[in-house]
Each structure stands twice: as structure tokens, then as C-alpha cells.
Design a protein around this ligand. Structure first.
Ligand code: MG
Length: 312
């Protein structure tokens, strides 16, 4: 049961990311234009300039960075922030596609690996405290799979690149949601989510409230100036959790809203994977992942470490 949910989180993340690429940066109107029947499988992803750089069924930077965290945990068998920062830097040095602007600025710093949180703080302050992108949230799912100190680890790992309290609060909420679904088979209530939100930043609550309402359009996920905002992605994930009946139902709902769809779907579907488990995911989404074997191996190694380490 728990193993099925752990695999559900990791595969949910990758599948949301890979299918969401198909509508990334599109307005809802553009989604309807390119996919009159809705986007529902990797094969249908249009091959424009942005998307043709990936193969159909490839995940993007969101899952790459989640893998950076998972691989450091597997190697060290505890949380070594420097090792995670080093994996981020090595990944960055490979000139990955689709990296977010804020994350790029942080990882480009020469001394990044020595002082990651300091660098993240400097870049945030240079934005006058306005930069609150979803680059920390997009990779946090795996942190929710640790057995202890999840809140602290989620905060520490987020602030390796994203210092804003809205970013940290969103990472903590999603990581705790996943943790509770996987290890206690329990969904955090609306009130519990609000009380976590209040600990970090007063601006988070508004998006939790929007996610509770029936109409996903209220979140305006495709609004072009705010589509990479961490609270939009948090709102999308909560809306999907609270309104979807199945994994596929939620996947298709979030992907077909457009906006930062790969990230929104990566986060939302990792939470759905925690709720419904790997066995609830239709086989076509698993089999169509280009790097499915790599993810199977990663999931198995991660499960071994989680079951044997005394550190979490
Ligand atoms: Mg991406």
C-alpha cells in the first residue's frame, strides 16, 4: 500500500510534467484551438518551437530537479543540503532546457554550491522580495516521502534556490499533504492547510480559498503575467486534490487549463499519486514516459533507502 503510493508520487510528478508540456505557456483559448478535444495523451502534443525540443513523453526541468534531490538522498542516505545543491549545479552545467528565470540566476552563481541559501537570498533581495516563482514547489514531491522532519526539510530544500516565504510555505504544504496521504492514508483538511499557510505568509490563504471553490477558472492559471507564481501552482494542486475523482480526471483537468501546465500538473499529479497510488494510473501514461525505466530504478532505490535509513 505505502509502496504503491510512493511510486504514485514519483510517477504522478513525471506524468503531469510530461503531459503538461503539451499546453505549457498557452492560454485556455490556445489550448482549445490546438486541442479541440482536449489534450489527453503524449502522442497528441503539438510540435511547435518550444515543444519540439523534447520527445513526446519526456519530462522537463521540474522532474529533473526532483530527481536531483532523490539521487542525493539515495546516495547519502540522509539529507545533505550541499549534495543536493551540487546535483542542482551539475544539472545546470549540462545546460538543461526549460529552466526558470529565477532558478537560472541562482544556479549561475559561481559560489552557488558553497552558499546556496545565501545566493538564493541575494537573488530574492535583488528582486525586492517580489520573486516567488514555482521552481521550489515543482520538485518538492519527493521531500514529502521522507518519514520525519518533513516540514524542516521542505523548507531547507526550497530555500536552496527560492527564499520567498510564499515559496517555502507552498513547499511545506504540498510536502505535508503528500506525507500524510502516503504514510497515514489521511488527507489534510482545509483548516489544517490554512493553518500551515498562516505560519509562512498571509498571502497564501487567498489561493487556498480559491482552490476550495468549484470553478477552477477562478484561479486564472493561464493569466500571462502570473503563470509561474508559486501560489498559482499551489492553488492548482489543491483544486485538483479537492475536486478530482480519479488520477486521470485530475491530470486532464489541470493540463487543459494551460498556463504553467507542466509544473502545475507535476505538483498536482504527485499529490494525486499519493492519494490514489501508482496502481490507479492508466498504463498508457506510464508506458509512454521516455525515461520510464530510469524512474522505476529511482523509485526502487528510493524505497530501499526509505525503508532502511534510520535518519528519516
Ligand atoms: Mg518545466
Amino acid at each position: 500500500m505505502t509502496i504503491d503510493k510512493i511510486k504514485g508520487v514519483l510517477f504522478g510528478q513525471a506524468i503531469g510534467d510530461a503531459l503538461g508540456l503539451g499546453t505549457e505557456s498557452m492560454s485556455k483559448k490556445e489550448v482549445e484551438l490546438y486541442y479541440p478535444n482536449g489534450l489527453s495523451c503524449y502522442d497528441e502534443i503539438i510540435q511547435d518551437y518550444h515543444r519540439s525540443r523534447w520527445n513526446k513523453g519526456d519530462w522537463t526541468d521540474d522532474t529533473d530537479m526532483m530527481v536531483c534531490i532523490a539521487e542525493a538522498i539515495i546516495k547519502d542516505k540522509f539529507i545533505n543540503l550541499t549534495a543536493i545543491a551540487q546535483n542542482f549545479k551539475d544539472w545546470f552545467n549540462g545546460e538543461p532546457m526549460g529552466i526558470g528565470r529565477h532558478t537560472f540566476k541562482v544556479l549561475a552563481f559561481a559560489d552557488y554550491v558553497q552558499y546556496p541559501q545565501k545566493v538564493a537570498n541575494v537573488i530574492w533581495e535583488l528582486s525586492r522580495g517580489t520573486s516567488a516563482a514555482n521552481g521550489g514547489l515543482m520538485r518538492t514531491s519527493v521531500v514529502g516521502l521522507l518519514k520525519e522532519n518533513v516540514e524542516q526539510y521542505a523548507s531547507d530544500i526550497c530555500s536552496l534556490t527560492h527564499y520567498d516565504p510564499r515559496c517555502i510555505g507552498s513547499c511545506v504544504i504540498v510536502s505535508l499533504l503528500i506525507n500524510s496521504l502516503v504514510y497515514q492514508n489521511r488527507e489534510l483538511s482545509y483548516e489544517e492547510v490554512v493553518s500551515i499557510a498562516r505560519k509562512y505568509d498571509s498571502r497564501i490563504e487567498e489561493y487556498v480559498e480559491l482552490a476550495k471553490k468549484d470553478d477552477i477558472a477562478l484561479l486564472e492559471l493561464d493569466e500571462c503575467n502570473s503563470m509561474g507564481y508559486t501560489l498559482k501552482t499551489l492553488g492548482a494542486a489543491l483544486w485538483i486534490l479537492w475536486h478530482s475523482k480519479t488520477f486521470e480526471d485530475g491530470l486532464l483537468a489541470v493540463v487543459n487549463e494551460g498556463g504553467d501546465a507542466d509544473t502545475n500538473a507535476a505538483v498536482a499529479c504527485s499529490v494525486l499519486g499519493a492519494k490514489y497510488g501508482y496502481s490507479s494510473i492508466p498504463a498508457k501514461y506510464i508506458n509512454g514516459l521516455v525515461e520510464k525505466n530510469k524512474l522505476f530504478e529511482l523509485a526502487n532505490n528510493f524505497i530501499d533507502v526509505i525503508n532502511s535509513s534510520k535518519f528519516f
